[in-house]
Design a protein around this ligand. Structure first.
Ligand SMILES: *Cc1c(COP(=O)(O)O)cnc(C)c1O
Length: 356
């Protein structure tokens, strides 16, 4: 049976990436050694991590613009902490936009380092929309927001203009759409949604925001130290970096972000059209704020749940359960998901409607 993988993360990867990764785990570049048993200081690996760092900047159109790209460990959740510990030092205050669970977690973790001003929130309507016209107060060290709310299926389509560093958690939509990435001073993304496997974060940082920061923090937390050491301060997550390297090359070969965005828009249009048309289902996210990556929807009659779940299972649809905190369904449509999988899900939803 062909499997259609809508998992929210870890999630689908391009098949060629998995094949290349598997091959090189067995025999890295025909060296007779496995990728995961060679030194991270081996020149062949150093070239891979540097090439991946360059490629990330190139795809985001941030090359030669004063940015550094790093591959760090600890998941996006550690970046919540690293961002605050590096940047919350002048005013010891930061502005956070609360658009869902991850955004809330980011501000909770940052609160250990200073005062959090929640400058906007969509909690009042169960995170179903993206706040607009946000006022940014003075005397804060940075503003933090979450580009795509993986659990609630909402996504910023434009971003507030601020005159302090703008920090963006792009874990679930990096490389999915064309943006002016230079509007951000720090972008981070755990790899397991659109970049590779879990175990590594891509962090893209404008070097200049680290200047004149007077703060004593441990090296492992310091972006400055990781930049100085070219992302090799300590042993990187070799396998995860390698899979990111393969995926970034795949993105480039597909035609870059622009080509993927066009596919992603088609996929999103297909699924949302069906959610709106089909009388059995409804979506919760505000129409204009709907995510192109994660479509969240529910059955109007939850007594049909078991029946629909079984149908999906029999049809090879994997991973469309909603997040355990919100229930319902979530179709995650990351870059590697082919449009044929979305067509298949739409067919199954139509078939389900007719079968009742
Ligand atoms: C998945 C996710 C996270 C958490 O990532 P971990 O690597 O599990 O820490 C954070 N932010 C967003 C937007 C996510 O989608």
């Amino acid at each position: 049976m062909i499997m259609h993988n809508f998992s929210s993360g870890p999630s689908i990867l391009p098949e060629t990436v998995i094949q290349q990764a598997a091959k090189n785990v067995l025999n890295f570049n025909n060296s007779g050694l496995s990728l995961i048993e060679i030194s991270h200081r081996d020149l062949a690996f150093v070239e891979i991590i540097n090439s991946a760092r360059n490629l990330a900047l190139e795809l985001l159109n941030l090359k030669d613009k004063g940015y550094s790209a790093l591959f760090l460990q600890g998941g996006a959740s550690l970046e919540f902490v690293r961002v605050a510990s590096n940047l919350m030092c002048l005013n010891k205050r930061a502005g956070y936009i609360n658009t869902g669970t991850w955004a809330q977690n980011a501000q909770n973790e940052a609160s250990y380092f200073g005062e959090i001003l929640e400058i906007a929130s969509s909690k009042d309507k169960n995170y179903s929309y993206i706040p607009k016209n946000i006022n940014v107060p003075n005397n804060i060290d940075y503003v933090h927001l979450t580009a795509n709310n993986t659990i609630y299926g909402t996504q910023f389509k434009s971003f507030p203009k601020v005159n302090v560093p703008l920090v963006c958690d792009m874990s679930s939509d990096i490389f999915s759409r064309v943006l002016d990435f230079s509007q951000f001073d720090l972008i981070y993304a755990c790899a397991q949604k659109n970049v590779g496997t879990s175990g590594v974060n891509l962090v893209v940082i404008k070097n200049e925001i680290l200047n004149n920061l007077e703060r004593k923090i441990p090296n492992i937390m310091s972006y400055q130290k990781h930049i100085e050491k070219e992302s090799m301060y300590n042993t990187p997550s070799v396998f995860s970096v390698y899979v990111s390297y393969l995926t970034l090359n795949w993105i480039k070969n597909m035609g870059g972000i622009k080509a993927l965005e066009s596919e992603n828009n088609k996929k999103a249009h297909l699924i949302y059209s069906e959610i709106d048309r089909n009388n059995l289902f409804y979506g919760t996210a505000n129409t204009e704020d709907r995510s192109t990556m994660n479509a969240v929807f529910y059955l109007k009659d939850d007594r049909l749940e078991t029946k629909f779940n079984n149908l999906c299972k029999n049809e090879g649809i994997y991973g469309i359960q909603g997040h355990r905190t919100v229930g319902g369904y979530r179709a995650s449509m990351y870059n590697a998901l082919p449009i044929s999988s979305v067509e298949h899900l739409v067919n199954v939803m139509q078939h389900f409607e007719k079968s009742l």
